[in-house]
Write a protein that binds this ligand. Sequence first.
Ligand code: KG4
Ligand code: ZN
Length: 336
Amino acid sequence: MYTLALETSCDETSAAVLRDGRTILSNIISTQVPIHRQFGGVVPEIASRQHIEYVMPIIKEALDTAGLTLADMDHIGVTYGPGLVGALLVGVAAAKALSFAADKPLVGVNHMEGHIFANFLSHPDLEPPFLALVVSGGHTQLVQIDGYNSFTLLGQTRDDAAGEAFDKIARVMGYPYPGGPQIDALAKKGNPDAIVFPKALHEKHNFEFSFSGLKSAVLNYLHTQEQRGEAYNAEDVAASFQKTVVDTLVEKTMDAAGYIGAQKIVVAGGVSANSGLAAAMAQACEKGGYAFYRPEPVLCTDNGAMIGCRAYYMALDGRFADLTLNAKPALAITSC
Ligand code: KG4
Ligand code: ZN
């Protein structure tokens, strides 16, 4: 079975072709990062226009690289939420047009579920059930995965996502967008215990997150140093901030794993590329006796292949969309 998948929810235009849901034949990613970098973050209107320009050439490249044609595809998967509405609409419109023209079934994919499914691509033997921590630029969620089409959201952030905090702090420190990889690199050279930042909601069995207080505390620290005319050590700030985020993510994930009786723990989303998170989670999993999985770096951030993997398992279950499929910017993961 062949899947063609499209991803245009934020600032990456991507198309992929998969065989039997778990073998990547092509995964073409055109990033808009250099364009948005000039503005310090993603400009939604510019993102939509870039997607319009790139979506068809990227689809062609994905099919050509796979050595297949649209006629060979069994279905077309596309991200329809969550994300930027204008950006999502481009992918959804392209997928609907191809689905109609080539008479191929359409599958509407939740972007966050796609992130989780990236792990099935990196780990051929991985199967549900497991606990997933999804940490991206827009979301922070703990999700119980009982089967390929059966999920329960255990908790999510009340305010900022983890990635959002990384990006904002890096920006104030003068580093270019996206800030996560910059903080990650700085943190490796800093002292994680140099500054104590606050942790929120860390009572037992509270699976919700809040990163806005931490973000404000770091920004306050930077401003205070500036007002005093005192230099701050960027490496120590990055290391101390990252440690606070990582400790919170690991602590809550371990708590949730014990609570639901999980045996496997999976991380996903852009922030799962963070080296501090990977190291701390691997260590905690070893101590707790859990098997630990995370996608290879290219599959951590937005890509079409992860959407294709999710689409494949939806198609196997007959979960197709019709041509009324629309972009849903605030689409949630729901128990199904
Ligand atoms: O999943 P993703 O590609 O897009 C969304 O769905 O949001 O995640 C992007 C986020 C950005 O906030 C970026 O700064 C963060 O992932 N990120 C990282 C790292 N690489 C990407 N954060 C921390 N450490 C990293 N190495
Ligand atoms: Zn994403």
